[in-house]
Design a protein around this ligand. Structure first.
Ligand SMILES: N[C@@H](CCC(=O)N[C@@H](CS)C(=O)NCC(=O)O)C(=O)O
Length: 222
């Protein structure tokens, strides 16, 4: 548990998979924190001050020290509060976990987003193909209930985008026939008692994704 004098603040926007990565990590560690909801159409001074480089949520502020980038934050949380480890202790396994988390950011995030929300059919199809290629690698990587075995770890947290987009897309993003292990994982992870309370209900997720899609579409036009 966080010692009394520790101040932990989290800046985010509910519905953002990147925010929910950090919230799951904090929940796993049992760390209490103050949550500040931001507005991406009118970013707070605090967000601009704490993340002047990317101007993105999430930002974790621990005893006035800001940290950005969700995976960096999750690693920081794991390094700071040692109980209930998120990353494995073996250096090779740690490297692998980081590799797959980076793979999710590099290969899954953009196509998952596009295949669920882009209206142009051709673009959507191309994104779905890219996504399926990436998901096949993850399917092959899943050896146990979760990526590292019986407990939730770094790769599961990184992959939270998958059940979120699956939920928003009405479970039509990919099927249990095509990705049986990943489909089961997605359900197990989404329903896990430490994860489920962190994730907003479908309508709130949907509202977030819709607002983001509209904001991107408006930027594309300008
Ligand atoms: N790589 C970043 C991505 C974070 C990100 O994309 N945040 C979005 C919300 S989901 C954001 O703040 N966007 C600000 C903007 O679009 O201006 C991370 O892992 O934290």
């Amino acid at each position: 548990m966080a010692a009394k004098e520790e101040e932990v603040t989290l800046l985010g926007v509910v519905g953002s998979p990147f925010l929910h990565r950090v919230q799951i990590a904090l929940k796993l560690k049992g760390i209490e924190y103050k949550y500040l909801e931001d507005d991406l159409n009118n970013k707070s001074d605090l967000l601009l001050k704490y993340n002047p480089v990317y101007k993105m949520i999430p930002v974790l502020v621990h005893n006035e020290k800001p940290i950005s980038e969700s995976l960096v934050i999750v690693e920081y949380i794991d390094d700071t509060w040692k109980h209930n480890p998120i990353l494995p202790s073996d250096p090779y396994q740690r490297a692998l976990a980081r590799f797959w988390a980076k793979f999710i950011d590099d290969k899954c995030v953009a196509p998952a987003w596009k295949s669920a929300f882009i209206v142009d059919e051709k673009e959507k199809e191309k994104a779905a193909e890219e996504l399926f290629e990436a998901l096949q690698f993850l399917e092959n990587e899943l050896k146990g209930k979760f990526f590292a075995g019986d407990e939730i770890g770094f790769v599961d947290i990184a992959a939270v985008l998958i059940p979120i987009v699956q939920e928003v897309a009405g479970l039509q993003l990919f099927t249990s026939e095509r990705f049986p292990k990943l489909f089961q994982w997605s359900q197990d992870f989404h329903n896990h008692p430490l994860v489920n309370p962190v994730l907003p209900p479908r309508d709130q997720l949907f509202a977030y994704f819709k607002a983001r899609a509209q904001s991107f579409a408006a930027k594309r036009k300008n």
